[in-house]
Design a protein around this ligand. Structure first.
Ligand SMILES: [Zn+2]
Length: 411
Protein backbone atom coordinates (compact mmCIF):
# COMPACT_ATOMS: atom_id res chain seq x y z
CA UNK A 1 0.00 0.00 0.00
CA UNK A 2 1.42 3.34 -0.93
CA UNK A 3 1.85 5.99 1.74
CA UNK A 4 -0.75 8.23 0.14
CA UNK A 5 -3.32 5.48 -0.07
CA UNK A 6 -2.60 4.43 3.53
CA UNK A 7 -3.18 7.99 4.70
CA UNK A 8 -6.49 8.08 2.85
CA UNK A 9 -7.59 4.76 4.36
CA UNK A 10 -6.74 6.03 7.85
CA UNK A 11 -8.62 9.25 7.24
CA UNK A 12 -11.65 7.29 6.10
CA UNK A 13 -11.55 5.11 9.25
CA UNK A 14 -11.36 8.17 11.43
CA UNK A 15 -14.46 9.66 9.71
CA UNK A 16 -16.25 6.33 10.12
CA UNK A 17 -15.39 6.09 13.81
CA UNK A 18 -16.97 9.46 14.42
CA UNK A 19 -20.38 8.50 13.00
CA UNK A 20 -23.34 8.73 15.35
CA UNK A 21 -25.87 7.22 12.97
CA UNK A 22 -26.49 3.46 12.97
CA UNK A 23 -24.94 1.45 10.13
CA UNK A 24 -27.00 1.46 7.01
CA UNK A 25 -28.74 4.73 7.77
CA UNK A 26 -28.45 7.17 4.88
CA UNK A 27 -26.03 9.86 5.89
CA UNK A 28 -26.63 12.09 2.95
CA UNK A 29 -29.41 12.13 0.44
CA UNK A 30 -29.11 13.21 -3.18
CA UNK A 31 -32.37 13.55 -5.13
CA UNK A 32 -32.54 14.18 -8.87
CA UNK A 33 -35.46 14.27 -11.28
CA UNK A 34 -35.26 11.70 -14.07
CA UNK A 35 -35.92 13.13 -17.53
CA UNK A 36 -38.54 10.46 -18.32
CA UNK A 37 -40.59 7.86 -16.50
CA UNK A 38 -38.48 5.14 -14.89
CA UNK A 39 -35.37 7.00 -16.10
CA UNK A 40 -35.93 5.95 -19.73
CA UNK A 41 -33.63 7.63 -22.23
CA UNK A 42 -36.45 9.07 -24.34
CA UNK A 43 -40.22 9.04 -24.58
CA UNK A 44 -41.70 7.78 -27.86
CA UNK A 45 -45.03 9.03 -29.16
CA UNK A 46 -46.60 8.06 -32.50
CA UNK A 47 -48.79 10.94 -33.73
CA UNK A 48 -51.37 10.23 -36.43
CA UNK A 49 -53.24 13.26 -37.72
CA UNK A 50 -56.72 13.66 -39.19
CA UNK A 51 -58.48 10.59 -37.86
CA UNK A 52 -62.14 11.61 -38.15
CA UNK A 53 -65.57 10.42 -39.19
CA UNK A 54 -64.94 10.57 -42.94
CA UNK A 55 -63.90 8.53 -45.97
CA UNK A 56 -63.36 9.05 -49.67
CA UNK A 57 -63.57 7.22 -52.97
CA UNK A 58 -62.34 9.13 -55.99
CA UNK A 59 -64.53 6.97 -58.23
CA UNK A 60 -67.68 8.09 -56.40
CA UNK A 61 -68.40 4.60 -55.05
CA UNK A 62 -70.46 3.75 -51.98
CA UNK A 63 -67.43 2.59 -49.99
CA UNK A 64 -63.96 4.05 -49.49
CA UNK A 65 -61.23 3.05 -51.89
CA UNK A 66 -58.02 1.52 -50.56
CA UNK A 67 -56.26 4.21 -48.53
CA UNK A 68 -59.39 6.37 -48.56
CA UNK A 69 -60.60 5.70 -45.03
CA UNK A 70 -59.98 8.59 -42.61
CA UNK A 71 -61.86 6.87 -39.76
CA UNK A 72 -65.44 6.85 -41.04
CA UNK A 73 -64.86 3.24 -42.11
CA UNK A 74 -64.87 2.45 -38.37
CA UNK A 75 -63.56 -1.10 -37.84
CA UNK A 76 -64.66 -2.42 -41.22
CA UNK A 77 -62.49 -4.57 -43.50
CA UNK A 78 -59.88 -2.38 -45.14
CA UNK A 79 -60.38 0.43 -42.61
CA UNK A 80 -57.54 2.69 -41.53
CA UNK A 81 -57.59 1.44 -37.93
CA UNK A 82 -57.48 -2.20 -39.03
CA UNK A 83 -54.54 -1.38 -41.31
CA UNK A 84 -52.65 0.24 -38.41
CA UNK A 85 -53.38 -2.66 -36.06
CA UNK A 86 -52.62 -5.45 -38.51
CA UNK A 87 -49.60 -3.96 -40.27
CA UNK A 88 -47.88 -2.20 -37.39
CA UNK A 89 -49.27 -2.65 -33.88
CA UNK A 90 -49.60 -6.45 -34.10
CA UNK A 91 -45.80 -6.67 -34.21
CA UNK A 92 -45.11 -3.61 -32.05
CA UNK A 93 -47.71 -3.81 -29.27
CA UNK A 94 -45.62 -1.51 -27.05
CA UNK A 95 -46.29 1.48 -29.33
CA UNK A 96 -48.69 4.15 -28.03
CA UNK A 97 -50.58 6.13 -30.66
CA UNK A 98 -52.06 9.59 -30.28
CA UNK A 99 -54.70 10.36 -32.92
CA UNK A 100 -55.29 14.04 -33.68
CA UNK A 101 -59.00 14.03 -34.35
CA UNK A 102 -61.26 16.49 -36.17
CA UNK A 103 -64.49 16.71 -34.14
CA UNK A 104 -67.03 18.11 -36.61
CA UNK A 105 -67.46 17.22 -40.30
CA UNK A 106 -63.97 17.66 -41.79
CA UNK A 107 -63.75 20.24 -44.60
CA UNK A 108 -62.49 19.23 -48.04
CA UNK A 109 -59.52 21.17 -49.46
CA UNK A 110 -61.56 22.63 -52.30
CA UNK A 111 -65.23 23.60 -52.51
CA UNK A 112 -65.98 21.51 -55.58
CA UNK A 113 -64.28 18.27 -54.39
CA UNK A 114 -66.07 17.13 -51.19
CA UNK A 115 -65.33 13.99 -49.20
CA UNK A 116 -67.58 11.06 -50.16
CA UNK A 117 -68.59 10.97 -46.51
CA UNK A 118 -67.84 13.43 -43.71
CA UNK A 119 -69.74 13.75 -40.43
CA UNK A 120 -69.19 14.75 -36.82
CA UNK A 121 -67.70 12.20 -34.40
CA UNK A 122 -71.03 11.89 -32.60
CA UNK A 123 -73.16 11.58 -35.76
CA UNK A 124 -74.41 8.07 -34.96
CA UNK A 125 -74.38 5.47 -32.20
CA UNK A 126 -71.98 3.46 -34.34
CA UNK A 127 -69.49 6.31 -34.70
CA UNK A 128 -69.75 7.22 -31.01
CA UNK A 129 -69.02 3.61 -30.04
CA UNK A 130 -66.06 3.45 -32.43
CA UNK A 131 -64.36 6.64 -31.24
CA UNK A 132 -65.11 5.92 -27.59
CA UNK A 133 -63.56 2.44 -27.92
CA UNK A 134 -60.38 4.05 -29.28
CA UNK A 135 -60.35 6.65 -26.50
CA UNK A 136 -60.78 3.92 -23.86
CA UNK A 137 -58.02 1.72 -25.32
CA UNK A 138 -54.79 2.15 -23.29
CA UNK A 139 -52.76 1.90 -26.53
CA UNK A 140 -54.43 5.01 -27.93
CA UNK A 141 -55.36 8.56 -27.17
CA UNK A 142 -57.78 10.82 -29.03
CA UNK A 143 -56.52 14.40 -29.05
CA UNK A 144 -58.13 17.48 -30.59
CA UNK A 145 -57.38 18.64 -34.13
CA UNK A 146 -60.05 21.24 -34.76
CA UNK A 147 -63.75 21.54 -35.43
CA UNK A 148 -63.43 21.20 -39.22
CA UNK A 149 -59.65 21.63 -39.91
CA UNK A 150 -60.26 24.74 -42.03
CA UNK A 151 -62.14 26.44 -44.84
CA UNK A 152 -62.11 25.04 -48.41
CA UNK A 153 -60.74 27.21 -51.21
CA UNK A 154 -61.38 27.49 -54.93
CA UNK A 155 -58.20 25.46 -55.25
CA UNK A 156 -56.06 23.46 -52.79
CA UNK A 157 -53.57 26.29 -52.29
CA UNK A 158 -56.42 28.53 -51.10
CA UNK A 159 -57.44 26.18 -48.26
CA UNK A 160 -57.37 28.24 -45.04
CA UNK A 161 -56.24 26.28 -41.97
CA UNK A 162 -58.71 26.56 -39.08
CA UNK A 163 -56.47 28.25 -36.49
CA UNK A 164 -55.06 30.55 -39.16
CA UNK A 165 -58.49 31.81 -40.14
CA UNK A 166 -60.02 32.96 -36.85
CA UNK A 167 -60.64 36.71 -36.88
CA UNK A 168 -60.79 37.13 -33.12
CA UNK A 169 -60.03 35.29 -29.90
CA UNK A 170 -63.76 35.00 -29.23
CA UNK A 171 -64.34 33.34 -32.60
CA UNK A 172 -61.50 30.88 -31.96
CA UNK A 173 -62.76 30.00 -28.47
CA UNK A 174 -66.39 29.72 -29.61
CA UNK A 175 -65.63 27.29 -32.46
CA UNK A 176 -63.14 25.28 -30.38
CA UNK A 177 -65.70 24.91 -27.57
CA UNK A 178 -68.19 23.61 -30.18
CA UNK A 179 -65.62 21.04 -31.28
CA UNK A 180 -64.87 20.03 -27.69
CA UNK A 181 -68.61 19.61 -27.07
CA UNK A 182 -68.91 17.17 -30.01
CA UNK A 183 -65.81 15.36 -28.85
CA UNK A 184 -67.23 15.05 -25.34
CA UNK A 185 -70.60 13.83 -26.65
CA UNK A 186 -68.79 11.13 -28.62
CA UNK A 187 -66.27 9.79 -26.12
CA UNK A 188 -67.60 10.86 -22.75
CA UNK A 189 -64.84 13.28 -21.83
CA UNK A 190 -63.05 16.33 -23.16
CA UNK A 191 -59.73 16.04 -24.99
CA UNK A 192 -56.67 16.97 -22.91
CA UNK A 193 -54.39 17.98 -25.75
CA UNK A 194 -54.32 18.77 -29.43
CA UNK A 195 -52.53 20.08 -32.48
CA UNK A 196 -53.01 22.94 -34.95
CA UNK A 197 -54.24 21.74 -38.34
CA UNK A 198 -51.47 22.13 -40.91
CA UNK A 199 -49.18 23.47 -38.11
CA UNK A 200 -50.70 26.84 -38.95
CA UNK A 201 -52.08 29.47 -36.58
CA UNK A 202 -52.42 33.20 -36.08
CA UNK A 203 -52.11 35.47 -33.03
CA UNK A 204 -55.34 34.13 -31.45
CA UNK A 205 -54.35 30.44 -31.51
CA UNK A 206 -52.34 30.03 -28.32
CA UNK A 207 -54.72 32.16 -26.24
CA UNK A 208 -57.70 30.13 -27.48
CA UNK A 209 -55.99 26.83 -26.66
CA UNK A 210 -55.20 28.18 -23.18
CA UNK A 211 -58.73 29.55 -22.64
CA UNK A 212 -60.29 26.21 -23.65
CA UNK A 213 -58.41 24.42 -20.86
CA UNK A 214 -56.06 22.18 -22.82
CA UNK A 215 -53.16 20.70 -20.83
CA UNK A 216 -50.87 20.28 -23.82
CA UNK A 217 -50.61 21.19 -27.49
CA UNK A 218 -48.48 20.52 -30.57
CA UNK A 219 -47.74 23.92 -32.10
CA UNK A 220 -44.76 23.53 -34.33
CA UNK A 221 -43.28 20.96 -36.65
CA UNK A 222 -39.64 20.79 -35.57
CA UNK A 223 -37.94 17.73 -37.08
CA UNK A 224 -34.65 17.07 -35.27
CA UNK A 225 -31.78 18.72 -37.06
CA UNK A 226 -28.44 16.94 -36.67
CA UNK A 227 -26.15 19.46 -38.33
CA UNK A 228 -25.68 21.32 -35.04
CA UNK A 229 -26.85 24.60 -36.55
CA UNK A 230 -29.85 24.78 -34.22
CA UNK A 231 -29.27 24.64 -30.43
CA UNK A 232 -30.24 21.35 -28.74
CA UNK A 233 -32.69 23.13 -26.43
CA UNK A 234 -34.85 24.03 -29.43
CA UNK A 235 -36.32 20.49 -29.29
CA UNK A 236 -37.37 20.63 -25.64
CA UNK A 237 -41.01 21.05 -24.54
CA UNK A 238 -42.07 24.57 -23.57
CA UNK A 239 -44.90 26.21 -21.66
CA UNK A 240 -47.36 28.84 -22.89
CA UNK A 241 -50.46 30.62 -21.66
CA UNK A 242 -51.65 31.39 -18.15
CA UNK A 243 -52.71 27.77 -17.62
CA UNK A 244 -49.19 26.52 -18.32
CA UNK A 245 -50.09 24.62 -21.49
CA UNK A 246 -47.26 22.26 -22.37
CA UNK A 247 -46.08 22.65 -25.97
CA UNK A 248 -44.73 19.31 -27.19
CA UNK A 249 -42.26 19.29 -30.09
CA UNK A 250 -42.72 16.88 -33.02
CA UNK A 251 -39.28 15.66 -33.90
CA UNK A 252 -39.33 12.77 -36.39
CA UNK A 253 -40.85 12.35 -39.87
CA UNK A 254 -42.45 8.90 -40.18
CA UNK A 255 -40.89 8.29 -43.57
CA UNK A 256 -37.72 10.38 -43.80
CA UNK A 257 -36.25 9.59 -40.38
CA UNK A 258 -32.56 8.80 -40.02
CA UNK A 259 -30.53 6.83 -37.49
CA UNK A 260 -28.50 9.98 -36.76
CA UNK A 261 -31.65 11.89 -35.87
CA UNK A 262 -32.91 9.20 -33.51
CA UNK A 263 -29.50 8.75 -31.90
CA UNK A 264 -29.25 12.50 -31.32
CA UNK A 265 -32.68 12.55 -29.68
CA UNK A 266 -31.69 9.61 -27.47
CA UNK A 267 -28.36 11.21 -26.54
CA UNK A 268 -30.15 14.44 -25.56
CA UNK A 269 -32.97 12.49 -23.81
CA UNK A 270 -35.50 14.29 -26.01
CA UNK A 271 -38.99 13.37 -27.09
CA UNK A 272 -39.19 11.08 -30.11
CA UNK A 273 -42.53 12.28 -31.49
CA UNK A 274 -43.27 10.75 -34.90
CA UNK A 275 -45.43 12.63 -37.41
CA UNK A 276 -47.91 10.73 -39.62
CA UNK A 277 -51.38 11.01 -41.19
CA UNK A 278 -54.16 8.44 -41.22
CA UNK A 279 -54.77 8.23 -45.01
CA UNK A 280 -53.05 8.89 -48.34
CA UNK A 281 -56.20 9.51 -50.44
CA UNK A 282 -57.51 13.10 -50.50
CA UNK A 283 -60.62 14.40 -52.23
CA UNK A 284 -58.56 16.98 -54.18
CA UNK A 285 -56.58 14.18 -55.85
CA UNK A 286 -53.28 14.90 -54.08
CA UNK A 287 -51.55 12.45 -51.71
CA UNK A 288 -51.51 13.33 -48.01
CA UNK A 289 -47.93 13.00 -46.74
CA UNK A 290 -46.58 11.53 -44.60
CA UNK A 291 -49.16 8.76 -44.23
CA UNK A 292 -49.16 5.38 -42.48
CA UNK A 293 -50.05 3.43 -45.63
CA UNK A 294 -47.19 4.61 -47.86
CA UNK A 295 -44.75 4.76 -44.91
CA UNK A 296 -45.52 1.42 -43.31
CA UNK A 297 -42.07 -0.08 -44.08
CA UNK A 298 -40.26 2.97 -42.69
CA UNK A 299 -42.43 2.94 -39.57
CA UNK A 300 -41.74 -0.76 -39.02
CA UNK A 301 -38.01 -0.12 -39.44
CA UNK A 302 -38.17 2.76 -36.94
CA UNK A 303 -39.92 0.76 -34.24
CA UNK A 304 -37.66 -2.23 -34.88
CA UNK A 305 -34.66 0.09 -34.41
CA UNK A 306 -36.11 1.39 -31.13
CA UNK A 307 -36.64 -2.14 -29.77
CA UNK A 308 -33.13 -2.30 -28.31
CA UNK A 309 -33.32 1.21 -26.83
CA UNK A 310 -34.33 2.17 -23.31
CA UNK A 311 -37.42 4.19 -24.25
CA UNK A 312 -40.83 4.85 -22.75
CA UNK A 313 -43.80 4.52 -25.14
CA UNK A 314 -46.44 7.04 -24.16
CA UNK A 315 -49.44 9.00 -25.40
CA UNK A 316 -49.40 12.78 -25.68
CA UNK A 317 -51.19 13.19 -22.35
CA UNK A 318 -48.80 10.79 -20.61
CA UNK A 319 -45.80 12.67 -22.01
CA UNK A 320 -47.32 16.03 -21.05
CA UNK A 321 -48.14 14.85 -17.52
CA UNK A 322 -44.54 13.75 -17.07
CA UNK A 323 -43.20 17.04 -18.42
CA UNK A 324 -45.51 18.90 -15.99
CA UNK A 325 -44.19 16.77 -13.12
CA UNK A 326 -40.60 17.36 -14.17
CA UNK A 327 -40.71 21.04 -15.11
CA UNK A 328 -43.23 22.39 -12.58
CA UNK A 329 -41.96 20.60 -9.49
CA UNK A 330 -39.31 21.90 -7.12
CA UNK A 331 -37.46 19.46 -4.89
CA UNK A 332 -36.12 21.37 -1.90
CA UNK A 333 -35.07 21.15 1.74
CA UNK A 334 -33.22 17.90 1.18
CA UNK A 335 -32.03 16.38 4.46
CA UNK A 336 -30.83 12.92 5.42
CA UNK A 337 -34.36 11.80 6.27
CA UNK A 338 -36.25 13.21 3.32
CA UNK A 339 -37.09 16.12 1.07
CA UNK A 340 -39.96 18.47 0.25
CA UNK A 341 -41.79 18.93 -3.05
CA UNK A 342 -43.70 21.94 -4.35
CA UNK A 343 -45.77 21.62 -7.51
CA UNK A 344 -47.43 24.34 -9.62
CA UNK A 345 -48.41 22.36 -12.74
CA UNK A 346 -51.88 22.06 -14.26
CA UNK A 347 -52.01 18.25 -14.48
CA UNK A 348 -53.37 16.85 -11.21
CA UNK A 349 -51.01 14.53 -9.29
CA UNK A 350 -48.68 13.50 -12.13
CA UNK A 351 -46.04 10.81 -11.64
CA UNK A 352 -42.37 11.71 -11.43
CA UNK A 353 -39.38 9.40 -11.26
CA UNK A 354 -36.65 10.45 -8.85
CA UNK A 355 -33.11 9.14 -8.74
CA UNK A 356 -32.37 8.83 -5.06
CA UNK A 357 -28.81 8.25 -3.91
CA UNK A 358 -28.48 7.69 -0.20
CA UNK A 359 -25.04 6.17 -0.23
CA UNK A 360 -22.75 6.98 2.63
CA UNK A 361 -20.03 9.40 1.62
CA UNK A 362 -17.02 7.70 0.15
CA UNK A 363 -18.88 4.53 -0.80
CA UNK A 364 -20.78 3.62 -3.92
CA UNK A 365 -23.33 1.42 -2.11
CA UNK A 366 -26.92 2.55 -2.14
CA UNK A 367 -28.64 1.71 1.13
CA UNK A 368 -31.98 -0.07 0.86
CA UNK A 369 -34.54 2.64 1.51
CA UNK A 370 -38.27 3.14 1.70
CA UNK A 371 -39.96 6.33 0.63
CA UNK A 372 -43.15 7.55 2.30
CA UNK A 373 -45.24 10.20 0.51
CA UNK A 374 -46.89 13.18 2.26
CA UNK A 375 -50.23 11.31 2.26
CA UNK A 376 -48.68 8.29 4.03
CA UNK A 377 -48.51 5.93 1.06
CA UNK A 378 -45.26 4.00 0.67
CA UNK A 379 -43.37 3.81 -2.62
CA UNK A 380 -40.94 1.02 -3.35
CA UNK A 381 -37.90 1.50 -5.55
CA UNK A 382 -38.80 0.56 -9.12
CA UNK A 383 -35.29 -0.51 -10.01
CA UNK A 384 -31.69 0.18 -9.23
CA UNK A 385 -30.00 2.63 -11.47
CA UNK A 386 -26.50 3.82 -12.00
CA UNK A 387 -25.85 7.45 -12.65
CA UNK A 388 -22.31 8.65 -13.38
CA UNK A 389 -21.05 5.43 -11.80
CA UNK A 390 -22.94 5.91 -8.55
CA UNK A 391 -25.69 3.48 -7.62
CA UNK A 392 -29.10 5.02 -7.17
CA UNK A 393 -32.61 3.83 -6.45
CA UNK A 394 -35.42 4.92 -8.74
CA UNK A 395 -38.69 5.95 -7.12
CA UNK A 396 -41.73 7.00 -9.10
CA UNK A 397 -43.73 9.29 -6.85
CA UNK A 398 -47.19 10.81 -7.08
CA UNK A 399 -46.40 14.50 -7.13
CA UNK A 400 -48.04 16.40 -4.25
CA UNK A 401 -46.98 19.27 -2.06
CA UNK A 402 -45.36 18.26 1.20
CA UNK A 403 -42.55 16.30 2.72
CA UNK A 404 -41.44 12.88 1.46
CA UNK A 405 -39.68 10.81 4.12
CA UNK A 406 -36.82 8.44 3.40
CA UNK A 407 -35.92 5.69 5.86
CA UNK A 408 -33.48 2.83 5.63
CA UNK A 409 -34.88 -0.65 5.53
CA UNK A 410 -33.20 -3.33 7.69
CA UNK A 411 -31.52 -5.94 5.55
ZN1 LIG B 1 -54.40 17.74 -39.97
Amino acid sequence: MSAVRRRLENARHRIGAGRRTPPGHPLRLVVEKATWLDDAQSAVMLSIDDLTNAWHDRGGGRRWEQGGDWGGGLRGDGSALRFLEERLLADFPQVRTTFFTVAGPISPYTRHQPFSFAAALDASGESRRFFRAIADDPRFELAYHGYNHGTPGVETAAFLQEFRGFESLDAAVEQTRRGIEIFTQAIGRAPRGGKYGGWDYNEFGDAAVDACGFQWWCRDWTPRDVTGVIPDAYYEPQLFGRGGVIALPTTVHGRFWTHGQVERLLACRQLIAVEEHIAPVRPDGLVQTPNIVDDIDELRALFAYLRSKDVWYATGSEVAAYVAARERTTVHDVAADGFAVSYVGGVPRPRLTLRVNCASPGTTDATAVRLTQPDGTVVDASRDGSHHGVQTRLFTIDVMDGRYRVASVPA
